[in-house]
Write a protein that binds this ligand. Structure first.
Ligand SMILES: [Co+2]
Length: 446
């Protein structure tokens, strides 16, 4: 999910010289729940056994014949298509693959082998296991999505392809109260087209169809026990967009490369911008410079909270904030053929409860009851309207808007550059571990 630079900070932002883009603002992504904890194997042969017992009168011989061998359901060793096998079954004992581990440089080089740092690292084993599980789910679902998403599909179908996969692989369908808080969607699946950069996902009844000429940002989160992996990519079906995608992929990788303990976020923004803006692209006979979208940023991630307190600008800035041991960062960059600046546009779908709200006395009963539903099912995880629909909520818009107006829930509207422009995004989550930097969501695809 994209974080937005606050308007205040932007006023002081000198694009050429760099500026003070502090505090990222989170944008919503939602969560989806799944079903049981997934440890119970169903013994599907029980029913057959009972049936066989019932017609015992027909003789033991026949009964023997009828009885199917009691086979223990085999634990799947490979993922299905569409992905429905829990990754906890594919990697028994929590042996999930690591992300890409990168050693620290210069003054921090000692950390990789330092006894104390290694000890600190070992104390985080549960955190790492949860993060690696969430990342593996992200990779498996997104790589499936990359194979099957085609022009002609509706955005609703595409979102459900991804969300159903994520929920199945976590083993939590999120339908029972509280289940989505155990594991599932870390935020709603964003499917933002063309000049829209972020935070678009269909609401109920949306009939939009993906076109061959579209450039689609696919941005979704997976969480396990509140450990959110935030990773995004861009899909296009025409080669004229290749270079735009390349610019943004390289800019994101430059940001990841510069990240580390003691790295200053403003300088990282400068490197990202330099990489991004070294590209120009030709689309339909017109040449455009690729611009970093200056009011979008990367961000820290906290448990159950997609936008932490630190921002990573994607243009040069004087922000001296340092990355520190233990931080989790979403490094995301956005390139545009337009103004390099986004505004709120179109219908809101993404929401999240504010982490720091004090008690407000709500007068509207529908708002009060909806807040109860949000607390139990999403907590502070971003959600979208479709996620309320699927858990049976109806006619909730008045209550939802009331929660937004009372500052309890934050609305994250779609963020769009100027009409006719094209935007692209790539994003990874990285862990600033005591010993190494781990690009947890890295895959063969990006
Ligand atoms: Co993000």
């Amino acid at each position: 999910m994209a974080a937005q630079a606050p308007t205040e900070a932007l006023k002081g932002l000198k694009v050429a010289e760099g500026a003070q883009a502090k505090g990222a603002q989170a944008n919503g992504n939602g969560t989806q729940p799944a079903d049981d904890d997934g440890h119970g194997e169903d013994s599907d042969s029980d029913a057959d056994d009972n049936a066989a017992a019932a017609d015992g009168a027909t003789g033991a011989a026949k009964k023997k014949k009828k009885r199917k061998p009691r086979k223990k359901k085999k634990t799947p060793t490979a993922q299905s298509e569409p992905p429905r096998v829990k990754v906890s079954q594919l990697f028994p004992g929590g042996s999930y693959p690591k992300g890409e581990e990168v050693e620290y440089k210069d003054d921090n080089r000692y950390r990789t082998t330092d006894e104390e740092k290694r000890h600190l690292d070992n104390m985080n084993s549960e955190f790492l296991t949860d993060y690696r599980e969430a990342a593996e789910i992200h990779r498996q679902v997104r790589q499936y999505a990359q194979r099957v998403i085609k022009p002609g599909q509706t955005l609703t179908e595409i979102a459900e392809t991804i969300e159903d996969g994520v929920r199945a692989l976590t083993g939590h369908d999120g339908l029972a109260e509280g289940d989505a808080l155990k594991a599932g969607m870390g935020f709603p699946c964003g499917l933002s087209l063309n000049h829209c950069a972020a935070h678009y996902t269909p609401n109920a009844g949306n009939k939009m169809v993906l076109q061959r000429e579209d450039v689609m940002k696919v941005d979704f989160g997976v969480h396990v026990n509140g450990r959110i992996v935030d990773s995004a990519f861009t899909m296009a079906f025409e080669s004229k967009y290749d270079k735009l995608l390349q610019a943004v992929r390289e800019a994101t990788n430059a940001g990841i490369r510069e990240a580390g303990i003691d790295a200053r976020v403003g300088e990282i923004g400068g490197v990202i911008q330099e990489t991004m803006e070294s590209f120009e692209v030709e689309i339909d006979g017109e040449t455009y410079p690729v611009k970093s979208i200056r009011n979008l940023t990367g961000h820290t991630i906290l448990p159950y909270s997609i936008h932490g307190t630190k921002a990573v600008p994607i243009v040069k800035s004087n922000d001296q904030t340092k990355m520190e041991e233990g931080d989790v960062f979403a490094i995301e960059t956005f390139g545009s053929t337009g103004n390099g600046y986004v505004r709120d546009d179109m219908e809101v779908s993404h929401y999240a409860k504010n982490a720091d709200v004090q008690h407000v006395d709500l007068r509207l009963s529908s708002a009060k009851s909806l807040l109860g539903v949000i607390n139990k099912n999403f907590g502070t995880l971003p959600f979208c309207r479709r996620y309320l629909d699927r858990i049976g909520q109806e006619k909730y818009l008045l209550g939802l808007n009331n929660l937004v107006n009372n500052g309890i829930v934050e609305a994250y509207p779609p963020l769009c550059d100027k009409k006719g422009s094209y935007t692209a995004q790539f994003e990874h989550t990285i862990l600033i571990r005591p010993t190494v930097k781990e690009i947890i969501s890295r895959g063969d695809d990006f």
